[in-house]
Design a protein. Structure first.
Length: 194
């Protein structure tokens, strides 16, 4: 039966992330972000995926797996291995993902989670340069921010947005599609843009 389970690959905007949609109830009504092989202990499906060389992180939600790789190798090289591991695990394991993880799930809606990542992982670094990123809204898994302080009008604003803010948010919350800067960079005390 497991050989007939359909698995569809959906490449994401971030080329390091691919979503695998499985026609099977993997983790119904639950979600969890596995960032290390140690976190995967006791969850056979995730253990198997981490055993594939180059797999760096796995976010699971319902019947979808967002897999992050840490290599430039193309996704087709991974897809067959990932599909094989998923189907084999479904055929041979009673529990795919540990139920003990449920207590550790992040609470709140997507905007709340984005704000937590901004507060804990992004703004402390921006503050060292006199700046900050303020969340305006989250819509259809897209994040809209406004940069302030030293980030407003800075010549490195786009690099900060893409390489810092967006990459961090996608790493922490793989369901994020993109981050958009809504800042008026022509304003501020010494704007680079005019």
């Amino acid at each position: 039966m497991s050989e007939k389970i359909a698995i569809t690959c959906h490449p994401q905007m971030d080329p390091q992330i691919c979503m695998f949609e499985v026609a099977y109830n993997i983790y119904t009504g639950q979600k969890y972000n596995f960032k290390t092989p140690e976190q995967a202990q006791g969850s056979p499906l995730i253990e198997r995926l981490f055993s594939i060389s180059g797999i760096d992180q796995v976010y699971v939600e319902n019947n979808s797996l967002y897999v992050t790789k840490n290599t430039m190798d193309p996704w087709p090289q991974f897809a067959k291995k990932i599909g094989t591991e998923i189907r084999d695990c479904i055929a041979n394991e009673k529990v795919l993902i540990s139920t003990d993880l449920q207590a550790e799930l992040p609470q709140g809606d997507l905007a709340t989670r984005v704000q937590e990542v901004l507060d804990q992982h992004i703004n402390p670094g921006l503050a060292m340069h006199g700046g900050s990123a303020n969340l305006l809204e989250v819509k259809n898994n897209d994040v809209y921010v406004e940069l302030s302080g030293g980030c407003q009008g800075c010549s490195m604003a786009m690099a900060t947005l893409k390489n810092g803010i967006e990459s961090t948010l996608k790493r922490e919350i793989p369901t994020i599609n993109a981050v958009y800067d809504q800042t008026d960079h022509t304003q501020g005390s010494n704007p680079y843009f005019s």
